[in-house]
Design a protein around this ligand. Structure first.
Ligand code: IPE
Ligand code: IPE
Ligand code: MG
Length: 229
């Protein structure tokens, strides 16, 4: 019997650039390969009996510091990914949602995001959330400002939870690939009691067999939430 149940999985997909460099390839090749892994992991999660949501970190508010050609490449890649993914979302009963400051993206990508959200909104096996131009601090700040504009004078935790952009649920398990062990401004509010798993694998080499092992490991963990059991 599993001790812990995985409902909301979050993934910091890291190591695309190092994967490419190790092969003498341009960093962009790592991003291309990484996109295929998102597809595979999403299909896996849609079929998993307990997973309800999976949130992928695709582009952070800090990633604008990268060279323009890499940023432009990533944006085009995401647009193409969403275009191709629509059929897969329908086939697997997956709902798509984006979080982050979407308004700052190109009008073309914004339109693609809104269209994909709209056309998949009735799907129920899995919610697939892409964090795009996302920062945890920005999300919390936005939530607090929203509540101020609504006229709130005093906030409790539930107010903030519900004002966040992320369709609200706490993260059960956060995976980061590539051996880096940091949070990089991802879902700061929602990971307060998440279990962490740091994989040495570069994201383009990650696969469903490793995910299966990680979930089995997670399910054996005792989550105490401050209590004694
Ligand atoms: C993660 O891989 C993808 C994005 C941040 C878009 P990186 O591009 O950060 O790869 P490394 O960390 O340089 O290897
Ligand atoms: C975090 O990866 C952001 C995404 C995966 C989108 P980075 O590679 O940008 O993080 P740092 O800079 O190493 O912390
Ligand atoms: Mg990185």
């Amino acid at each position: 019997m599993p001790k812990a149940t995985l409902k909301h999985l979050a993934i910091i997909m890291d190591g695309n650039g190092r994967w490419a460099k190790a092969r003498g390839l341009n960093r962009t090749k790592g991003h291309e390969k990484g996109i295929e892994v998102i597809r595979d992991v999403t299909t896996y999660c849609a079929k998993h009996p307990t997973v309800e949501s999976v949130t992928f970190y695709a582009f952070s508010t800090e990633n604008w510091k990268r060279p323009k050609y890499e940023v432009d490449f990533l944006m085009r890649l995401l647009d193409r990914y969403l275009e191709e993914e629509l059929a897969t979302y329908h086939a697997n009963n997956v709902r798509f949602q984006a979080i982050g400051n979407i308004d700052a993206l190109s009008p073309k990508l914004q339109a693609r995001i809104r269209k994909t959200e709209e056309e998949t909104r009735h799907h129920t096996d899995l919610t697939h959330i892409l964090a795009l131009n996302y920062g945890g601090r920005a999300e919390i700040t936005m939530a607090v400002n929203k509540l101020i504009y609504e006229g709130k004078r005093e906030l409790d935790e539930a107010d903030i939870s519900h004002a966040l952009q992320t369709p609200y649920s706490d993260i059960d398990l956060l995976i980061r690939t590539s051996g880096e062990e940091r949070v990089s401004n991802f879902l700061l509010w929602q990971i307060s009691y998440a279990e962490f798993y740091f994989s040495q694998t570069y994201w383009p080499d990650f696969n469903r067999d490793e995910l299966d092992e990680i979930i089995t490991d997670f399910e054996q963990r005792t989550r105490r939430f401050g209590g004694l059991k």
